[in-house]
Design a protein around this ligand. Structure first.
Ligand SMILES: NC(=O)c1ccc[n+]([C@@H]2O[C@H](COP(=O)([O-])OP(=O)(O)OC[C@H]3O[C@@H](n4cnc5c(N)ncnc54)[C@H](OP(=O)(O)O)[C@@H]3O)[C@@H](O)[C@H]2O)c1
Length: 325
């Protein structure tokens, strides 16, 4: 798999990032990790490594911590592997039962960032993360506290680089003004069916019907400051690959075009959807969500596909349900 240097770091990572949200048995509170969960994680990691993927995305909430825990168990079986991996995780979301009686909320307090990161390291069985992201913006955040937590984690060697997720340009710019080091990534929902990052640029000064809120300059800010855009849900959770009944007309039309192009390019529907993101000059790194080895292989074919401009625009027009303005 293609390896790319990660700007503002000394890291080189696989172009496709493997998301670990599907590991650890889902979101239920009382699930207990079993041999089956370990087998799933082992097969996932083996398939990823076979494809050359060394970049893995976690969050402390995935499987309520079990995704990191089961991944850590597999890492323990292959200790020499750790040095070849880029491990990224996220903090800042707290479940309603943490502690019992508390509401579901976001928390960028210094104390939470430090404690949650410590727990991540423990579950993964590692002494450091390559990258830590702030998961969702906490309206009550004090950027000085975030800066202090980042400085401490870096000084202790527990985190090498920091980034954000689900933040707009202004939130990033504000946070960055308190930090000595550049933010290295922003993980956002980017896909054919969540194409606000493109739509925003072409709909400016046009009729408002397609103009997406909240995107003002976010993609441009990231490009200008070499903050890697990571795309979560790049396959729209499979809805274009294996169409579900009763989808709106534009989703059905996009799915039909994805399948037609897969035949034309002699590739998979997954590869066509990812190739649409990869063609964008922002250098987007998709974070794959499947935990199935066969689907990982179908996704990896994206790196062999170079869509023509016409096909890129045809997919975009189908997904937005309208031709260009
Ligand atoms: N920063 C954030 O706020 C945020 C939010 C969500 C996710 N993420 C990260 O982004 C990663 C990807 O997100 P995602 O899981 O929503 O991405 P996705 O690739 O769009 O969707 C993958 C999910 O769809 C299912 N699926 C069903 N049919 C599929 C098909 N034909 N091809 C591929 N998947 C199919 C997969 O199940 P199977 O496993 O059975 O294939 C999996 O549960 C996550 O693992 C996580 O690391 C971040």
């Amino acid at each position: 798999m293609q390896q790319v240097p990660l700007p503002n770091t000394s890291l080189t990572g696989s172009k496709l990032i493997l998301g670990c949200m599907g590991l650890g048995g889902g979101w239920a509170h009382d699930t207990v990790l079993t041999k089956e969960h370990e087998k799933q994680a082992r097969e996932f990691l083996d398939a990823g490594l076979e494809l050359g993927a060394n970049f893995y995305d976690h969050a402390n909430i995935y499987g309520r911590g079990r995704a990191e825990e089961v991944f850590g168990r597999i890492l323990k079986e292959k200790p020499s592997l750790r040095d070849h991996l880029i491990l990224q995780s996220k903090v800042g979301i707290r479940w309603g039962d943490d502690p019992p009686g508390a509401p579901h909320r976001f928390d960028y307090s210094r104390q939470h960032l430090l404690e949650a990161t410590e727990q991540i390291l423990k579950r993964l069985g590692t002494d450091h993360l390559e990258i830590l992201l702030l998961h969702r913006p906490d309206p009550l955040w004090d950027p000085l506290e975030v800066a202090e937590a980042f400085a401490l984690l870096k000084a202790q060697g527990k985190v090498r680089y920091f980034g954000v997720s689900n933040q707009n340009r202004f939130q990033m710019e504000y946070l960055q003004s308190f930090l000595p080091d550049p933010l290295v990534a922003n993980q956002l929902q980017l896909s054919l069916l969540h194409s606000g990052f493109v739509e925003h640029g072409i709909s400016f000064n046009q009729h408002a019907q397609h103009y997406p809120d909240g995107w003002e300059g976010t993609m441009e800010y990231c490009r200008m400051h070499k903050v890697v855009l990571q795309s979560w849900s790049p396959l729209d959770r499979g809805v274009l690959t294996e169409p579900v009944a009763d989808q709106p007309a534009h989703v059905q039309a996009t799915s039909a075009l994805v399948h037609k192009l897969a035949k034309t390019y002699d590739t998979t529907p997954e590869a066509i959807q990812l190739a649409w993101l990869l063609k964008h000059p922002a250098g987007i790194q998709p974070v794959l969500g499947t935990s199935r080895p066969d689907r990982l292989r179908a996704c990896a074919k994206a790196l062999e596909v170079s869509l023509t401009r016409d096909d890129w625009y045809a997919l975009f027009a189908a997904a937005r349900g309208a031709t260009m303005p």
